[in-house]
Design a protein around this ligand. Structure first.
Ligand SMILES: Nc1ncnc2c1ncn2[C@@H]1O[C@H](COP(=O)(O)OP(=O)(O)OP(=O)(O)O)[C@@H](O)[C@H]1O
Length: 233
């Protein structure tokens, strides 16, 4: 479903990705790991068309999508839950979900605003609140809901548990586990390796814009030397 080959990205003269490879099959959950500033967010942003690709290729669902505009990539079925949530301050919760709802692939049981409210009852209580009137946890739930109602083939989450209270974080992990159980393909960047091992099938670790390790949850779980060496844990 997704194949990133030899991806290179630069911010002006400063190159930050030096040939990232990553592949995912439909229904898989994969992670991208690495210390701060190693290029995880940049990889996700390039995948979503938010940073220009300098070299390499990105194929999704049989098409080469590098060079496409972000809205086209979104319509092709990739939805991003961005770092920092990026909820619209002047739209209500309801407006976020209604504006983004689409069932382009005609899935049998699509994510609708009503289903998102079942998933996150706290959001239902806040449905008339504006984006800037929500707590961090509520904004995160809204960012996930906004991505889900596009009914994506691939859901991409960048640090979705960052800065949240432990109970809310657990709620987000439970939500991701449920999505995974329903067969949703997910690509996750996060810091909680134990949670990610439980959630995902495959992991890719990057360091200074290059892949330094990739393998299964079993392999990552078995070798804490990898955690120490590449993740500083
Ligand atoms: N807009 C930008 N302009 C210039 N350099 C940038 C920009 N965004 C990121 N960088 C640099 O690119 C490198 C990779 O950053 P990136 O945000 O992709 O890392 P990351 O692995 O996601 O880290 P973090 O966990 O801190 O978000 C870093 O050195 C960062 O300083």
């Amino acid at each position: 479903m997704l194949e990133i080959n030899d991806l290179e990205v630069a911010y002006g003269p400063s190159q930050v990705l030096f040939g990232i490879d990553l592949a995912m099959a439909e229904g898989e959950a994969a992670t991208l790991l690495g210390r701060n500033g190693m290029g995880k967010t940049t990889t996700l942003r390039a995948l979503c068309g938010l940073e220009p690709v300098r070299a390499g290729s990105i194929r999704f669902a049989g098409e080469r999508i590098d060079g496409w505009r972000p809205d086209r990539i979104g319509r092709a079925g990739i939805a991003l839950v961005p770092e920092g949530r990026q909820c619209f301050p002047n739209l209500t919760v309801d407006e976020h979900l209604v504006a983004f709802f689409a069932n382009r692939r005609s899935v049998a049981t699509p994510w609708t605003p009503a289903r998102v409210y079942e998933l996150f009852p706290r959001l239902a209580e806040r449905r008339k609140n504006l984006g800037n009137q929500l707590s961090g946890g509520e904004q995160q739930m809204l960012a996930i809901g906004r991505a889900l109602v596009t009914n994506p083939r691939l859901l991409v989450l960048d640090e979705a548990t960052e800065g949240l209270a432990p109970l809310i974080r657990d709620e987000i992990w439970a939500c991701l586990g449920r999505l995974r159980g329903e067969g949703q393909s997910v690509l996750v960047v996060d810091k909680y390796v134990e949670k990610l091992i439980a959630l995902a099938d495959r992991h890719t670790i990057i360091e200074r814009g290059q892949v330094v390790w990739s393998g299964s949850s079993v392999e990552l779980d078995a070798d804490h030397g990898i955690w120490h060496r590449y993740l500083g844990i």
